[in-house]
Write a protein that binds this ligand. Structure first.
Ligand code: FES
Length: 117
């Protein structure tokens, strides 16, 4: 399956998140200071929609039991051993396109917190 247009940049301001169904999955789009990320809208703990949680900067807290994630990387903060399923995102002109069949594990980070890949 290819990338599909899901919304526009105008509909997802910095600091916001939106969720929508796509090909039988729930997708969570997050805008972190202009960087767009797409994750499965399901907490890895008990599958609660992450879109029901609270987003502060790049920190997303699940509404059900309070697990905390860094949505700039997809990595768990508390607990640190968990991670989100990320989908591939492409920005073309003003449109946000997602491919839910291209998923990945979180980006690796160095000890200082900077991305290494
Ligand atoms: S379902 Fe998200 S922390 Fe339990």
């Amino acid at each position: 399956m290819a990338f599909q247009v899901v919304t526009t940049l105008d509909a997802l301001w910095s600091g916001e998140m939106i969720a929508f169904p796509m090909q039988g999955k729930r997708v969570l789009l997050v805008n972190i200071g202009g960087e767009i990320r797409a994750y499965e809208d399901a907490c890895p703990h008990m599958r609660t929609p992450l879109s029901e949680g609270a987003l502060e900067g790049a920190t997303l807290t699940c509404a059900t039991h309070g697990w905390v994630f860094d949505v700039s990387t997809g990595r768990g903060i508390n607990p640190a051993q968990t991670c989100l399923t990320e989908f591939a995102v492409v920005i073309k002109d003003n449109e946000i396109l997602v491919d839910v069949e291209q998923s990945s594990t979180p980006r690796s980070t160095s000890v200082s917190g900077r991305r290494s890949t």
